[in-house]
Design a protein around this ligand. Structure first.
Ligand SMILES: *[C@@H]1O[C@H](CO)[C@@H](O)[C@H](O)[C@H]1NC(C)=O
Ligand SMILES: *[C@@H]1O[C@H](CO)[C@@H](O)[C@H](O)[C@H]1NC(C)=O
Length: 365
């Protein structure tokens, strides 16, 4: 244990010394951050909150004026999704839609429909990181590009909160049909099922950082809607809870990996979110870096306890292999068909996206 921890710390220091610049999506500042404060070419260090700045790909957006507030593509006069089916949505273009149901915080919702949509297409809901937007996650990921190959539909929600983290802390968001951001996203997915012919058995959630935490929230509170979740550098469901406090509160006990519970306690948080649910919980794939100082790597092991308990899997993996196709530092632990946990040694916040691997896990690719 001691040797392992020392090894990680040494490796993290080495990587910072060698790199000098943070990778795309990597951390580049924040309270307690001792790593690189500049970003590799093609990305810009963007503050999301006092604890966290991140290298965002693409053109520089002054942090005082994030692209968040500018609705993309569709002028208000154009028909929104409420006017009908997928046919009314322009192809291969990020398009805002509205009137998808109760939307307490006015989460902006965007859809990407590929040129060739599969029959009864799968739906992927892709939630961005703090400081991100639907537009930024759309351009900074391959989810839309790969939709052109596989014919699925993507929803990119955009956070309404200052700093654009998601509300993953309030009583409302952590409760099935309780309100706040998770309800808006759930309602958008419900809308897609009812109006766009999306296959209800292939509705998936993916996300990075705050979007990863939202993905855990969706998996725990809306297991009736989401059939699988991919959590890139997030936390266990309920870990960020700050009961009775304003929506979108920061929980440093959780972020620093100090909320250590038993599997039973973690599973109970999931169960409490939707007491009437008797179905199967979404299959989950979680990714985390051991050098993550925004959401400390202990959160990975808390996620492992939570989902292995939910699925009634043994606490030790069936297999844990070095996934050399991803890199010699990626350790893929499989606990059963519904749960995989990938730990990336020496990788910080956040683990780079592996969209093709996600699609395999979701049964799309
Ligand atoms: C998988 O193996 C790696 C490398 O030994 C280890 O660091 C990691 O904790 C293991 N994963 C799990 C979930 O036990
Ligand atoms: C992890 O290992 C399982 C079992 O070998 C495999 O099916 C899966 O594709 C692997 N996951 C990744 C991300 O490589």
């Amino acid at each position: 244990m001691f040797k392992l921890a020392t090894g990680f710390a040494t490796l993290a220091v080495l990587i910072q010394l060698v790199a000098g610049q943070s990778q795309v999506w990597g951390q580049c500042g924040g309270i307690g951050w001792t790593g690189a404060t500049t970003c590799v070419a093609g990305s810009v260090c963007t503050k999301s909150n006092d604890y966290y700045s991140q290298c965002i790909p693409g053109a520089a957006a002054p942090s005082s004026a994030p692209p968040a507030s500018t609705p993309v593509s569709v002028p208000p006069s154009q028909p929104s999704g409420s006017s009908g089916g997928l046919a009314n949505i322009p192809a291969s273009k990020l398009t805002q839609f509205s009137n998808f149901g109760t939307n307490p915080n006015n989460v902006q919702m965007f859809v990407y429909k590929p040129k060739n949509v599969a029959a009864n297409p799968p739906l992927i809901v892709a939630s961005h990181y703090c400081s991100g937007t639907a537009q930024a996650y759309f351009t900074g990921s391959k989810f839309a590009q790969l939709a052109e190959t596989y014919g699925y539909v993507v929803i990119f929600p955009s956070s309404p909160h200052s700093g654009t983290c998601w509300d993953v802390s309030s009583d409302e968001t952590l409760m099935h049909d309780g309100g706040s951001d998770s309800l808006s996203i759930a309602n958008a997915a419900r809308f897609a099922i009812s109006n766009w012919g999306v296959d209800p058995n292939r509705v998936f959630a993916v996300g990075t950082s705050s979007g990863a935490m939202m993905t855990s929230v969706l998996a725990g509170a809306y297991p009736d809607i989401f059939k699988a979740g991919i959590v890139d550098s997030g936390v266990a469901f309920g870990c960020f809870a700050v009961p009775g406090q304003p929506e979108d509160s920061w929980n440093s006990q959780c972020s620093e990996g100090q909320l250590v519970l038993t599997g039973q306690q973690w599973a109970q948080k999931v169960k409490n979110a939707f007491p009437g649910f008797t179905g199967t919980y979404p299959k989950m794939q979680v990714w985390h870096g051991t050098a993550d100082t925004t959401l400390y790597p202990q959160n990975f092991f808390e996620e492992v306890k939570q989902w292995t308990t939910i699925f009634n899997y043994p606490s030790t993996p069936l297999s844990n292999v070095t996934q050399t196709n991803l890199g010699s530092n990626y350790h893929n632990a499989t606990f059963g068909p519904n749960f995989q946990a990938i730990l990336a040694t020496g990788v910080g916040h956040t683990v780079p996206l592996f969209e093709q691997q996600y699609l395999q896990f979701l049964g799309i690719a």
